[in-house]
Design a protein around this ligand. Structure first.
Ligand code: FES
Length: 120
């Protein structure tokens, strides 16, 4: 989903009903001609967002559109070498970048919508 940024501290990502429990979604946001790639995971009703860059080589994590989780839907998985990251804090627990973390982004739920907060 491509989104062009308007000057504000919050950017609408999606309606939360579009992201049910156990699912993930990727977003591409343009800010001052710079593109920010991120993804959001709904894990047990809580939303977690990270930049879409693996700490191992910097590539995007997903292997298909909106596919960021392993088969159990309990971990974020890098499609390139299979690193597994905890959903709640982005820490790599298995793979070539163990101990490194995904860069967290701030998201919040307001009025049934999921917003990206840029001033944090
Ligand atoms: S690029 Fe992600 S684990 Fe190697």
């Amino acid at each position: 989903m491509d989104i062009t940024h308007q000057p504000t501290t919050h950017i609408l990502l999606t309606d939360i009903h579009q992201l049910p429990d156990g699912k993930s979604a990727g977003f591409s946001i343009t800010i001052d001609k710079h593109t920010l790639e991120l993804f959001v995971v709904n894990f047990r009703g809580c939303f977690y967002a990270y930049e879409n860059h693996c700490p191992h080589t910097g590539v995007n994590l997903n292997w298909q559109t909106d596919q960021f989780l392993d088969i159990t839907e309990q971990r974020i998985q890098c499609s390139t070498h299979g690193a597994l990251f905890r959903i709640n804090d982005g820490l790599c627990e298995w793979g070539p970048c163990v101990g490194q973390s995904l860069r967290a982004m701030n998201v919040l739920e307001r009025g049934g919508q999921l917003l990206l907060r840029l001033d944090a």
